[in-house]
Design a protein around this ligand. Structure first.
Ligand SMILES: [Zn+2]
Length: 118
């Protein structure tokens, strides 16, 4: 009998380690080397500096949680800071919609996301 952490009675290890997922963060990894899709004024776009930045909206995640990786955009550190309100700047929903569309199309082209049945 094992618990959810695959430990036996009294927390003893059973000798088997739980299977690791193939790639737990494929969308975040796909952001490496991409172009910034937000391109806000002051954008510091260098592909080394681009990460997956999660858009936060009510109901998309709980306190202290990130929304699903599909709800993110490829953005440089500057645009990410503006988007999250850490530095002054304007980031409209129109900017986010454009960036999200470009991010989804880049993910689809790279094979990081696949539409089943297509
Ligand atoms: Zn940027």
């Amino acid at each position: 009998m094992v618990d959810l952490a695959q430990r036996g009675p009294l927390g003893l290890k059973t000798g088997k380690s739980p299977k690791k997922p193939k790639d737990p963060k494929p969308i975040r990894r796909a952001a490496q080397g991409q172009r910034c899709t937000l391109r806000l004024p002051g954008c510091n776009e260098t592909p080394v500096n681009v990460f997956l930045c999660h858009m936060r909206r009510f109901g998309w995640a709980g306190m202290g949680q990130k929304p699903h990786d599909l709800l993110g955009v490829f953005a440089c550190q500057h645009c990410h800071d503006v988007m999250d309100g850490r530095i002054r700047g304007k980031c409209s929903d129109t900017d986010l919609l454009r960036a999200h569309g470009e991010t989804m199309m880049a993910l689809l082209s790279s094979g990081a996301i696949v539409i089943v049945g297509s």
